[in-house]
Design a protein around this ligand. Structure first.
Ligand code: GDP
Length: 138
């Protein structure tokens, strides 16, 4: 059964011209692009998205960063999409990311780390619903 996950090309990667290369990696890995849109978001929208991180020392800087420029929001589908995308992304800190992963290739710091991917089924469902309306997911 195909599974859906939610992903973002973060503002650092868009600013640095890596959008096409990152979408290419996702495509090559066999994901179907169910929905995709490019937009910028407000700090308030970022705070709602990252609500689970509220209270952490990096929360404010993270939300500033995520609202600092254009990003690409995506719903992706394949067998085992959630775990496979996390593997393709690499570790949160690019210094610890495996060779060939998106973060190893395109991220510059633990915060400006190029890509987001949902970490579980319940967070994927929340994140897809947060950014996309039902009519965008047909
Ligand atoms: P992810 O699932 O790999 O994206 O990592 P987390 O859910 O733990 O964190 C969410 C995002 O917060 C990360 O992708 C980073 O952009 C940022 N972040 C996580 N840990 C840190 C940190 O220690 N410092 C800073 N500045 N940002 C962090």
């Amino acid at each position: 059964m195909p599974q859906r996950t939610f992903s973002i090309v973060k503002p650092d990667a868009v600013r640095n011209g890596h959008t096409g290369a990152i979408l290419g990696e996702i495509d090559k890995a066999g994901f179907r692009f169910v929905a995709l849109k490019q937009q910028s978001i407000s700090k308030r929208q970022a705070e709602g998205f990252y609500a689970v991180h509220r209270g952490k020392p990096f929360f404010d800087a993270l939300c500033e960063f995520m609202s600092s420029g254009t990003l690409v929001l995506m719903v992706l589908e394949k067998e085992n999409a959630i775990a496979d995308l996390r593997k393709l992304m690499g570790a949160t800190n690019p210094a610890n990311a495996e060779e060939g992963t998106i973060r190893k290739q395109f991220a510059s710091s633990i915060q400006e780390n190029a890509i987001h991917g949902s970490d579980a089924e319940d967070t994927a469902a929340f994140e897809i619903g947060y950014w996309f309306a039902g009519y965008e997911l047909i």
